[in-house]
Write a new protein. Structure first.
Length: 122
């Protein structure tokens, strides 16, 4: 799909049965977080950032070289109770809140600036 506005994306995710991420390389996994926040299960490639970010049960992950593992992962995702996804969403919102990200980023900048060899030129 081409770019869609944020509200439309939220509606699409809410109405989806699952989000399928057949990507081996994810920078962070933001689409997966957005799907979980919309109470939509995520089917992802095992061993990627998505698996790490979601801390999701292995059953919804699949191998790109094993079609059967995809069918199993999709089947498992369809059976995840919406309450479990809502619970996961609450946990992830605490971990990846904008407030927490800002605090950790600021702490990292402060740590770098406190290094004895840190010299910055303007």
């Amino acid at each position: 799909m081409p770019f869609v506005p944020s509200d439309t994306l939220k509606d699409l995710l809410r109405s989806a049965r699952a989000l399928i991420l057949p990507s081996e390389i994810e920078g962070f996994g933001l689409p997966a977080l957005e799907a979980v926040y919309a109470s939509t299960p995520v089917v992802f490639v095992k061993g990627t950032a998505v698996e790490e970010i979601l801390g999701h049960p292995d059953s919804c992950g699949f191998s790109l070289t094993d079609l059967q593992s995809f069918y199993i992962a999709l089947s498992e995702a369809m059976r995840v109770p919406i309450e479990d996804i809502a619970s996961l969403a609450l946990r992830l919102r605490k971990i990846y809140s904008w407030q927490r990200v800002a605090e950790r980023t600021l702490a990292a900048y402060r740590e770098v600036l406190s290094l004895p060899s840190a010299r910055f030129y303007v």
